[in-house]
Design a protein around this ligand. Structure first.
Ligand code: SF4
Length: 404
């Protein structure tokens, strides 16, 4: 009986396109259901056509899933019973599983989300007055190994599927009771700034961001969905063909020598190349008044000196930017230290005097390790990088013990 088909590990058809013949699949009684959660409108339409149904079913199902928070076909009441039964046999709406939810005293909420292969990723909701910003992960770990980043130290396992990415928004919306008609909107902004480099998981990230902005789904404005990249230039060059979301560039240094140290991908795609590509993206947006955000993590005595601020101001002239300064959040495997308040103020003043809108990201969710750069999840590391870092930490602890 096909009703007893057991879904296998997350396998989102978005990864392979929807061209597979679902009727054939049903006939063959394959043991894999199509997870509709991560499908864009176009892919969902293709899915319904492939099972001999009308395209408009896609709109109905999108609304049920992403506006009403329904994951049970039986509750999709404007769909005929026969179609619901058919869907139950071949498809599912399967969000990822929350294994832990932590609430900070300041209102920040962190979700630890189980993904296949023994790993977990983190998603954080940061409330701030009327605004609620959800920081979403795109990969299990990260392959880029930025020297100041906790995620980078975890190594890399795999890309998240589109269902796992949009599933983070779905789960957060559910936990705040946001689904349903006339409910207050808690998630007002989404930033692709969690674990992973979004542009290295291009298709799934683009599909997910477009679902966030889609009128039949979460309906977020394109000004409220932001992709943050450390600089995968070839992918950034393509981005404008697929989305018009906001862009943030994780710069963290005003020159290549320093950035090579902090953000190793800079050796491949240096600053000039990255800023040119980012500028083209911003200039190509339909509304040409938007600015890109430059993220700059300030690390004590590393990149926080006044001459760095002057160099940054010079570097960014002629580019439409606002600058977001992020005080480094220390974590176990790092020797870097947090910028001092004085150095932070001086740095900000120099940029403001140079004419830049410059904000400082306040640390939120410290008590639950949810601050920027601290998302670590649990990565079943395929790169052995985490082992290397653990050994380094062990060696330095041992060295201190011997000296003492
Ligand atoms: S800062 Fe971003 S790109 Fe760099 S290692 Fe961390 S998650 Fe990856």
């Amino acid at each position: 009986m096909t009703d007893s088909v057991t879904p296998v590990d997350v396998k989102d058809v978005a990864e392979s396109g929807i061209s597979s013949d679902v009727n054939q699949a049903e006939t063959n009684q394959i043991t894999e259901k199509v997870n509709l959660l991560g499908l864009s409108q176009a892919k969902l339409e293709a899915f319904f056509e492939s099972i001999g149904e009308k395209k408009f079913r896609a709109t109905q199902v999108l609304k049920w899933i992403h506006q009403m928070g329904v994951d049970d076909f039986d509750n999709m009441t404007n769909i005929s019973k026969a179609l619901r039964e058919k869907l139950k046999r071949i498809a599912e709406v399967r969000p990822p599983e929350v294994v832990q939810q932590l609430d900070s005293a300041d209102g920040t909420r962190k979700f630890l989300i189980k993904v296949t292969g023994g790993s977990a990723v983190e998603t954080v909701l940061i409330p701030d007055g009327e605004r609620g910003t959800l920081c979403v992960s795109s990969q299990v770990g990260c392959s880029l190994d930025c020297s100041f980043c906790s995620t980078g130290k975890q190594g890399f396992n795999r890309d998240l599927t589109a269902a796992e990415i949009i599933g983070q928004v779905w789960l957060a919306a559910k936990s705040y009771g946001q689904f349903g008609e006339d409910r207050p909107r808690i998630i007002t902004n989404v930033v692709m700034m969690g674990m992973g480099e979004p542009l290295l998981n291009f298709d799934n990230v683009v599909d997910s961001m477009n679902l966030m902005m889609h009128d039949n789904c979460y309906g977020l404005s394109k000004r409220r969905v932001t992709l943050s990249t450390s600089g995968v230039v070839p992918a950034l060059d393509r981005l404008g063909q697929y989305t018009d979301a906001c862009l943030a560039v994780s710069l963290h240094a005003p020159n290549d020598e320093l950035r090579n140290e902090l953000v190793p991908i800079n050796k491949k795609y240096p600053i000039a190349m990255l800023l040119d590509s980012a500028k083209r993206y911003i200039e190509g947006l339909p509304d040409n008044r938007r600015k890109m955000t430059i993220e700059y993590t300030l690390i004590n005595q590393v990149n926080d000196r006044p001459h760095h601020a002057h160099e940054l101001a010079q570097l960014l002239k002629d580019i439409p930017v606002k600058i977001n300064l992020i005080p480094f959040n220390p974590f176990d495997q790092s020797d870097y230290r947090r910028v001092s308040n004085n150095a932070l103020r001086t740095f900000q003043d120099i940029l403001i005097k140079a004419g830049y809108t410059t904000t400082v990201r306040t640390t939120r969710g410290d008590d639950i390790d949810a601050a920027c750069g601290q998302l670590a999840g649990a990565v079943n590391d395929r790169t052995r990088r985490s082992e290397r870092y653990r050994n380094q930490v062990k060696d330095s602890v041992e060295a201190v013990r011997i000296v003492n």
